[in-house]
Design a protein around this ligand. Structure first.
Ligand code: PMP
Length: 430
């Protein structure tokens, strides 16, 4: 009976939550203290979950430790940024050497040259790079360039696409048009073409992720991505490819895999080696807007191209070799197959969207998106908390991102723990 099922679900949720609270009292009191001084007790929407987020004190390799000294296998790596795990020794070495010699100054540092060069050598469409402190800032900068270049105001993006915490981007992420934001369905080339042919004269830029990350790891195919790029060019708009999350998926970014040459590429996350970062890359001609001798866009920032971030970023990018990308992908295949098998054993529906080293779990017969009508929210929340109880850290919405330092043996351990969490999450029939 439906009502019995719902009651059983609730009871199961309560049991899982009780266990979570019992294991993490220090995080509970830290969160209640945080609420006095920080709105809602944190500084980051994506770092909250019910009933309260954990407070971590240490990370090393694939592991995180919380205030109660529980440890977790970190399957998220700060939403994909830590592609080599926590405190990766080569990054640590570079950062310790850098910090010992001072952390920031006005004027150049050599590491920013190396990092820009590394990106330009890997990504064919990138001749020059401009650094920021976050992916959001980089997205904003791309929009500024496009507006200056075209004399137009609007942007076109995919429904559910994510390009950062900027009002113009957030409306689209929330699935809504805004006064400056047009949206079309991801994957629907004709819809993008139609908007560009009808409103092209007011659209400065088209933004796309080659794989929608925040919306549930939804890949775009080559025909769609290249078609939108062409339609943007035909309409005189810049085409901006957001590789903040996807640069980990291929040596030259996903644009290399699908043969694209975007006007601007947005970077972030892994290129900072675990420190705050963002960047845009593009042609010399477009980036000349920032030439300090004759700037067309005023852009400065106390911590832009910060020496510590740049030193860490150089190591992070250099050490993300094609071989390691393939290693992560093979581990992800193994993890995916094991999770699907485990879910069947636990009697839970599970569908997984998967590209390379990232995947999103959906506890339903069919994978959907995280922004639309998601019918597995309760079950996903239950699994998320149960997974924490069994020492696995994944995103509350089901995102998983592997790192280069993971091994097959670790994935075996993850699978053992995940099956226990699935058994907990599955409501018992009363
Ligand atoms: N673009 C994409 C595709 C992202 O995934 C993110 C962050 N999740 C951003 C932009 C924004 O980056 P940041 O959080 O560094 O501002």
């Amino acid at each position: 009976m439906v009502s019995d099922g719902a009651a059983a679900d609730r009871m199961q949720q309560q049991l899982i939550e009780k266990c979570y609270r019992e294991r993490t009292p220090a995080s509970a009191s830290a969160f209640s203290e945080a609420g006095k001084w920080l709105p809602g007790g944190n500084s980051r929407q994506a770092g909250y979950w019910n009933p309260y987020p954990l407070t971590f004190v240490r990370g090393e390799g694939c592991y995180l430790w919380d205030l109660d000294d529980n440890h977790y296998i970190d399957l998220l790596g700060n939403y994909t940024a830590l592609v080599h795990g926590h405190a990766y020794p080569p990054i640590l070495e570079a950062v310790l050497a850098r910090t010992a010699g001072g952390t920031c100054w006005v004027g150049n540092n050599e590491s920013q040259i190396y990092l820009a060069q590394l990106l330009a050598e890997r990504v064919a469409a990138v001749e020059q790079v401009r650094f920021t402190n976050s992916g959001t800032e980089a997205g904003n900068l791309a929009l500024m360039i496009a507006r200056k270049h075209s004399g137009r105001d609007k942007l076109l993006m995919a429904r559910g696409g994510y390009h950062g915490s900027l009002m113009e981007f957030e409306t689209g992420f929330g699935g809504r048009e805004g006064p400056l934001t047009c949206i079309a369905e991801y994957g629907n080339l004709a819809a993008f073409q139609q908007i560009l042919s009808e409103q092209g004269q007011s659209i400065a830029a088209v933004f796309l992720e080659p794989v929608m990350g925040a919306s549930g790891v939804i890949p775009g195919d080559s025909a769609f991505l290249n078609g939108v790029q062409q339609a943007a060019r035909d309409a005189g708009a810049l085409f901006v490819l957001d590789e903040v999350l996807t640069f980990r998926l291929a040596f030259g970014g996903v644009q290399q895999l699908v043969g694209m040459a975007p006007d601007l590429t947005v970077f972030g996350k892994l290129i900072g080696g675990g420190f705050p970062v963002g960047a845009i890359g593009g042609s010399r001609e477009l980036l000349a807007m920032f030439d300090p001798v004759s700037p067309r866009i005023f852009h400065t920032g106390t911590f832009n191209a910060n020496p510590v971030t740049m030193a860490a970023g150089v190591v992070s990018v250099k050490e993300l070799t094609a071989g390691r990308i393939a290693h992560m992908e093979a581990l992800a295949e193994k993890l995916k197959a094991g999770l699907v098998h485990g879910a069947a054993e636990a009697g839970l529906p599970l569908s997984i969207n998967h590209v390379g080293s990232i995947m999103n779990l959906f506890f339903s017969e069919q994978a959907t998106t995280t922004y639309g009508e998601r019918n597995d929210q309760e079950l996903t929340a239950r699994f998320h908390l149960a997974a924490l109880n069994h020492g696995l850290f994944i995103a509350p919405r089901g995102l998983i991102a592997l790192s280069t330092v993971m091994t097959e043996a670790l994935i075996d351990e993850v699978l053992e723990r995940a099956v226990l969490a699935m058994i907990d999450a599955a409501a018992q029939t009363p």
